[in-house]
Design a protein around this ligand. Structure first.
Ligand code: DC
Length: 219
């Protein structure tokens, strides 16, 4: 289907999982834009660039060779960074680097270029508002802090990563605050986006609900 879909919402709302399943169902390509901000934070850490040095971060991101393969793996150049970019420190660092206009400008341009041909489902914070204001379908996925923290906690336990529920809750609240209060493209629902609250829904139910919205909108 030659359409573009935008999915936005706060951290740990399940956007990436749902976008992946919808991409398979509707034969679209999923672009996880959060992974791109994570790559920027990871590369800054590797190169000893301070998370407050906007000029250096903006320069870094311009030359960052971010790639995705068909198996959901993320690369910087030839290095597979899929696991490293998911750790908690990088989550927090990604939220910080994403506040800078220079970083956003470069990554938004890359995202728009990728999605230009249509056939994409992008998930992030500013897809419906900035990256793809003309997306065919816009979804704003929300869930309570408790529901999101519980999912993240279970995910860590399943992967054998040690996790503390209260710390996860605090991190989610802090990231929500940072993402919604920054000056540059803060997280907010696009006027024409449809809100989907996933707090009490299973993954299958969310996919079903959004699939109906896609079919109703695009035929
Ligand atoms: O979706 P995520 O948790 O992987 O995103 C990591 C951080 O990147 C998040 O805290 C905010 C930022 N981000 C953004 O500002 N804009 C996007 N389109 C995607 C992510």
């Amino acid at each position: 289907m030659k359409i573009n879909i935008a999915i936005d919402g706060p951290s740990a709302a399940g956007k990436s999982t749902i976008a992946d399943l919808l991409a398979k169902k509707f034969h679209l390509t999923h672009l996880d834009t959060g992974a791109m901000y994570r790559c920027c934070a990871f590369a800054a850490d590797q190169q000893g660039i301070s998370l407050t040095d906007e000029a250096a971060l903006s320069e870094l991101v311009k030359h960052l060779d971010i790639r995705f393969d068909d198996n959901k793996q993320v690369y910087i150049g030839d290095k597979n960074v899929s696991v490293e970019i998911r750790n908690n420190d990088i989550s927090m660092a990604a939220s910080k680097v994403s506040a800078f206009a220079g970083v956003r400008k470069a990554l938004v341009a890359m995202q728009q270029e990728i999605a230009e041909e249509k056939g994409y489902i992008l998930d992030g914070r500013d897809i419906g508002t900035v990256v793809l204001p003309d997306a065919d379908v816009k979804i704003y996925m929300v869930a309570s802090v408790e529901a999101r923290a519980k999912r993240r906690f279970n995910e860590y336990v399943q992967k054998g990563i040690s996790a503390d529920y209260d710390t996860i809750c605090q991190d989610i609240v802090q990231r929500d605050y940072q993402d919604t209060h920054r000056k540059e493209s803060p997280l907010k629902q696009a006027e024409d986006a449809i809100a989907v609250d996933t707090s009490n829904l299973t993954i299958d139910e969310v996919v079903e609900k959004i699939s109906m919205i896609i079919t109703d909108t695009c035929g």
